[in-house]
Design a protein around this ligand. Structure first.
Ligand SMILES: C[S@@+](CC[C@H](N)C(=O)[O-])C[C@H]1O[C@@H](n2cnc3c(N)ncnc32)[C@H](O)[C@@H]1O
Length: 226
């Protein structure tokens, strides 16, 4: 979807999101948050939406949330302002394609039901990789396109109207599982019926290459000191 389509579609979704799509995805969200809660350190939640996940973090976890839609983000800000969340999230309006965070910054970068919505999902994966620290994890929960069957045909048909429904129903899993610079560490179809999938990707710590010893240095080690 183009950015202006995201803005229009989610201005429409925002007032009804929590009890419609938000409810449909609640089992997948709970399982994903259970995984994220088992990790230590800071979390960046990309496309935090109306903030349905915010009540599911462990007490005191440093959480930063971003979203492109002012209407969705306003609802997350309302939830945070009520003061009964286990976390005090930093919330920013930001485009996930071009994030205003330093390299190698967050321990976990989370995107739930977002990558099939954003314009240029490859670019968003690259940005999420950039801001994740080496040794950290990128956690994605999303619907992926089916490759065969009636549902595959239905998804192809719906995908021709992404600006209307608010996401791409034919989103390709390889955009996530084959993202450059990451390694799939965990892959789990989620209930109901595996419509959503949890994928955990690790950003490897770069190997430190020690400089090779020069032949002269090697001789010096071999020669006994007189
Ligand atoms: C289906 S909602 C998911 C919200 C939340 N993660 C959840 O699980 O309920 C998708 C969200 O992605 C946001 N989004 C779409 N494009 C974006 C972009 N380029 N940058 C940041 N957020 C974006 C939308 O505004 C919307 O809030």
């Amino acid at each position: 979807m183009r950015p202006e389509q995201v803005e229009t579609a989610y201005a429409r979704w925002a007032p009804i999101y929590d009890w419609s799509f938000g409810k449909l995805t609640s089992v997948a969200r709970r399982r994903t948050m259970e995984y994220v809660s088992g990790r230590d350190g800071s979390v960046l939640e990309v496309g935090v939406g109306t903030g349905l996940s915010l009540g599911l973090y462990p007490e005191g976890r440093p959480v930063t949330g971003i979203d492109y839609s002012a209407d969705m983000l306003a609802r997350a800000q309302d939830k945070a302002a009520q003061g009964n969340l286990p976390v005090t999230p930093e919330l920013h309006r930001m485009d996930a394609r071009d994030m205003d965070f330093p390299d190698d910054h967050f321990d976990t970068v989370l995107a739930m039901h977002v990558l099939s919505v954003v314009p240029e999902p490859h670019r968003v994966m690259a940005e999420m990789t950039r801001v994740c620290r080496p040794g950290g994890e990128i956690v994605v929960a999303n619907h992926f396109a089916r490759e065969t069957g009636l549902l595959h045909l239905a998804e192809r048909a719906i995908s021709s109207i992404p600006g209307t429904v608010g996401w791409h129903s034919d989103f390709e899993r390889e955009i996530v599982t084959e993202a450059p610079g990451l390694r799939v560490a965990h892959y789990e179809p989620l209930p109901p019926l595996g419509v959503m999938t949890l994928v955990v990707l690790e950003k490897p710590v770069p190997e430190v290459k020690l400089p090779e010893a020069s032949p002269r240095a090697a001789e010096a080690v071999a020669e006994p000191i007189a």
